[in-house]
Write a protein that binds this ligand. Structure first.
Ligand code: NAD
Ligand code: DAU
Length: 331
């Protein structure tokens, strides 16, 4: 299979490409990535010889048409992905997440290429903290932020291109990922690298918000299950029953990194901050036989701490500018 991976120099995409080279050696991978502030070719260094890398924009119809025309399938990870940035400047989110996805859909339509669309549980909005409910594929879309509304828009484009044009597409909506190669702007790597620098972790609001954590490797085995066995036109929710509140995540990191459990700061909250996400992955588990490899969040977190300790050369160049941006926001 000739596979085009967009956003393959980002966090989840780079892990997907590395995993694909290791576990699917028959697949020829081409990466299309614009190398925005969030992309780093160094994240592909361990597999650089096995992968073709093209620096380019998914909203550039010419490059997209050429690469899609030479592929059997596309897995589309490329996006502007950070909620805090979307609150500051929504335009790049509209451009990449909506117009970029439109550009890819038109190319897969022209060339009759299989397409898998990577999306987020945030399209469903949020749940109450004390509500036992979880998101299912039937939950109505109700996004809160510029980021999640552009992801929801892109999902709706995919659904329409399946129905109107017969595009061979699947969609997955996954919960919060953690693991190696995640940008230091995101919650878990920000706190690990703060602690390495002797800086106290920063919790938004009261730290009560809940996220449903999944190791990035488990997200990516689920994506492969959908690419290989998913039903065309279907939506699959990806999650590993990993609900934890933010305060508990920080306390666990403090313990793993040898600090007192109350050595964190409460900072101003994110506007419109979603309270809780939770995924019901029954369809993925029962229909496609998927199960996560990581059974303990604490062990996965400990391995992630070890990775950031061992790979300071990878994250250090982005740390100062990231914290300068947060300082401007008062967070
Ligand atoms: P990321 O920000 O780490 O990486 C995004 C990548 O896309 C970068 O390499 C960047 O250079 C590239 N990119 C951005 N704009 C581009 C453009 N116009 N053209 C080409 N490349 C471009 O993001 P991530 O966390 O790896 O997320 C990947 C995908 O997974 C996104 O679609 C995101 O919505 C989705 N997702 C993320 C999570 C999570 O927890 N991180 C959970 C569910 C779904
Ligand atoms: O649910 C999937 C989504 O998860 C993906 O679609 C997004 O691309 C990804 O960024 C992530 O979104 P979140 O907004 O949940 O992730 P973030 O890492 O920004 O924040 C996680 C939680 O931690 C959230 O409740 C905000 C909080 N937080 C974040 C930072 C950066 C803090 O308390 N302190 C912080 O310093």
């Amino acid at each position: 299979m000739r596979l085009l991976v967009t956003g393959g120099a980002g966090f989840i995409g780079a892990n997907f490409v590395q995993q694909t080279v290791r576990e699917h050696p028959d697949v020829q991978v081409t990466v299309l990535d614009a190398l925005t502030y969030a992309g780093d070719e160094a994240s592909l260094a361990p597999v650089a010889d096995a992968v073709a890398f093209v620096q380019g924009d998914i909203a550039d119809a010419e490059v997209v048409d050429r690469l899609v025309g030479a592929a059997d399938a596309v897995v589309h990870f490329a996006a502007e992905s950070h909620n805090d940035n979307s609150l500051h400047d929504p335009w790049p989110f509209v451009r990449t997440n909506v117009i970029g996805t439109f550009t890819l859909l038109e190319a897969v339509r022209r060339h009759g290429v299989r397409y898998h669309h990577i999306s987020t549980d945030e399209v469903y909005g949020d749940l109450e903290l004390d509500d036992p409910a979880k998101f299912t594929p039937e939950t109505p879309y109700n996004p809160s932020s510029p980021y999640s509304s552009t992801k929801a828009s892109s999902d709706l484009l995919v659904r329409a291109w399946v129905r109107s044009f017969g595009v061979q597409a699947t969609i997955s909506n996954c919960s919060n990922n953690y693991g190696p190669y995640q940008h230091v702007e995101k919650f878990i790597p920000r706190q690990i690298t703060n602690l390495v620098d002797g800086v106290r972790p920063k919790l938004y609001g009261t730290g009560q918000n809940v996220r449903d954590w999944i190791h990035v490797e488990d997200h990516n085995t689920a994506v492969w299950a959908i690419v290989e066995r998913g039903r065309i036109g279907e939506t699959y929710l990806i999650g590993a029953d990993g609900e934890v509140d933010n305060k508990t995540v920080v306390e666990t990191l403090l313990e793993l990194m040898g600090q007192p459990s109350d050595a964190y700061d409460l900072v101003s909250d994110r506007p419109g901050h979603d309270l809780r996400y939770a995924i019901d992955a029954t369809r993925l588990r029962e229909e496609l036989g998927w199960a996560p490899r990581y059974s303990s969040f604490r062990d996965g977190l400990a391995a992630t701490v070890d990775w950031y300790r061992a790979n300071e050369a990878w994250w250090r160049p982005r740390k100062e500018a990231t914290e300068a941006r947060y300082a401007e926001l008062g967070r």
